[in-house]
Design a binder for this molecule. Structure first.
Ligand SMILES: [Zn+2]
Length: 219
């Protein structure tokens, strides 16, 4: 009648958990590094990367390591902004596509640009997974799974140390300010002509002040 549904559920739950937490855990890999084809690709030696990165960042991004879940500094970031590559600053994910996956790694449902990330088949650890690397410098970022939320159904499970976060407020605000000051400058030039008007209307005492001035100063 009922073949022990709890046991079956337990097995399924275990499988699900191990799959969902199986994020970028490869430390050994035999796959050849895919060739970077971008015109602006960044190629450096291990020694150069080591100068630029912390040991953990180097281990994860250049040797395909994995940070411990729940330890990433960017895990809880919810502010608007852009997640870029730790190694080369290429924009990878918009903060609006980040979601709480419960895995302990920053998770996104869509890259900022289809060209930003390269998918690589990863057959390490007796699994076939899709590894994600930065298309500009080849940095190991994490893996993508197909159990993500709408609209893509994808879950980009990323190492926090592979990413940098650039809050939106700075660039956006400065852009808004500069455009704002631009219009303010226009206004002030407008008020300059207004002051001319007022001085003009001051001299033309015979005319009603609000009839003529709009047309005469423009000429
Ligand atoms: Zn990169």
């Amino acid at each position: 009648m009922n073949p022990n549904p709890m046991g079956l559920l337990t097995v399924i739950a275990c499988l699900t958990i191990s799959a969902s937490t199986g994020c970028a855990q490869s430390t050994t890999t035999t796959q050849a590094a895919p060739e970077l084809t971008r015109a602006d690709k960044v190629v450096k030696t291990d020694a150069q990367w080591k100068q630029q990165l912390t040991p953990l960042e180097f281990q994860v991004t250049r040797l395909k390591g994995t940070e411990r879940p729940g330890t990433g500094k960017l895990l809880k970031v919810k502010a608007p902004g852009t997640f870029t590559c730790k190694c080369c600053d290429l924009p990878l994910f918009d903060a609006s596509t980040k979601f709480e996956s419960g895995t302990g790694w920053p998770s996104f449902f869509k890259p900022i640009d289809e060209d930003a990330i390269i998918d690589v088949v990863d057959k390490s650890h007796f699994m076939t997974r899709t590894e994600n690397i930065c298309s500009r410098c080849g940095a190991h970022l994490g893996h993508v799974f197909t159990d993500g939320p709408a609209p893509t159904g994808l879950r980009y499970c990323m190492n926090s140390v592979s990413l940098k976060f650039q809050p939106k407020s700075k660039s956006e605000d400065s852009a808004a300010q500069s455009s704002g000051s631009g219009s303010a400058a226009k206004q002030s030039s407008g008020s300059g002509s207004a002051s001319k008007q007022s001085s003009g209307s001051g001299s033309t005492t015979k005319q009603p002040a609000d009839k003529q001035p709009m047309t005469s100063p423009k000429k």
